[in-house]
Write a protein that binds this ligand. Structure first.
Ligand code: NAP
Length: 294
């Protein structure tokens, strides 16, 4: 075992993210015992077939009992109920963390249910795929990706350090941020692009049948990349837009204005204006590659 020295880690929720954590913890030997719990019997049985953990529990309270670290990987809309359910079973000194895509809402939802003497270190791995469920996870999902931690003010520094260490051992780089700032940054880097992808693919869905077939046939011309993003889990993304409403509406307003400016440039035949914008955006792509986040 490494210096994280975790005897028992409990994973509540074992979909794409939970199972990736299970695989990474197992691969890097980051805990002596992995206890798994999930809502449905089917998913729990599947996790066992995949040998993701050391024990499997229908009740989350049984999984978190005696756990040093508890990782909640369920949809945003379920976080509050899960935190409430496990609250009486957590051992003093345990650390509860999560992986949710919005942080201010999760702190408001889960925070009140974390008992005194238990630490709460919210987190968000900036890593994922469009797939869901326990079969979708893999140990290297977090390698070379950022994980953002948003501990509420006054959180025990050692607890933050321990969760930070856990993510680093799983291959991530870690940054600590204010939850509201996280939500603003993710609104532009993740939430808005997903909304645009959902919208474009839906526009294609509404086209007349023959045109729609052509769109699918010639999708390699750009549409294909949007279909991958728009195949992301509908419940997860419904929750993101419900929970990060203000930051998303703010950036959506700016985006709509910029889109209208491009529309005007096309209508007016302002070729230079278009070229100037497209040259600027190309630089951003180069920076993303330089940061190894492509
Ligand atoms: P997922 O593959 O769909 O797995 C969801 C897990 O949560 C399953 O174990 C599921 O249990 C359980 N669950 C679903 N609804 C529930 C409910 N109402 N109450 C209790 N448990 C419930 O989801 P995921 O992609 O791992 O996402 C989990 C979290 O990670 C989300 O909060 C998301 O914001 C965050 N996240 C996702 C990504 C991504 O790319 N997917 C990236 C970063 C962060 P059953 O199968 O047993 O019903």
């Amino acid at each position: 075992m490494t210096d994280t020295n975790v005897q028992r880690i409990a994973l509540v929720g074992i979909g794409l993210i939970g199972s990736s954590i299970a695989n990474a913890v197992r691969k890097e030997n980051l805990a002596a015992h992995i206890a798994i719990s999930t809502r449905s019997e089917t998913t729990l049985a599947r996790a066992e077939v995949l040998n993701l953990g050391d024990s499997y529990h229908a009740q989350a309270t049984d999984a978190v009992k005696d756990a040093d670290i508890v990782v909640i990987s369920v949809p945003l809309s379920a976080c509050e109920a899960v935190a409430k359910e496990i609250s009486t079973a957590l051992k003093p000194g345990a650390i509860v963390t999560d992986v949710s895509s919005c942080k201010a809402s999760v702190i408001a939802d889960m925070g009140p249910h974390i008992p005194d003497g238990v630490h709460f270190v919210p987190g968000h791995p900036i890593a994922g795929t469009e797939h869901s469920g326990p079969d979708a996870g893999f140990a290297d999902l977090f390698k070379g990706r950022w994980c953002i931690l948003t501990p509420p003010k006054g959180t025990d520094e050692k607890a933050v350090e321990q969760i930070s260490e856990l993510w680093k051992e799983m291959g991530s780089m870690v940054e600590v941020m204010e939850p509201e700032h996280h939500d603003q940054v993710l609104a532009i880097t993740s939430h808005l692009p997903h909304l645009i992808a959902y919208s474009i693919v839906d526009t294609a869905t509404n086209l007349q049948d023959d045109l729609k077939q052509e769109v699918i046939k010639f999708s390699a011309s750009g549409f294909r990349d949007f279909t991958r993003i728009a195949a992301s889990d509908p419940v997860m993304w419904r929750d993101v837009f419900m929970k990060n409403r203000d930051a998303v509406l703010d950036i959506l307003g700016q985006f709509s204005e910029d889109l209208a400016a491009l529309q005007r440039a096309i209508r007016r035949g302002e070729a230079d204006k278009l070229e100037e914008v497209f040259t600027r955006t190309r630089e951003i792509r180069r920076s993303v590659i330089d940061f190894k986040q492509d």
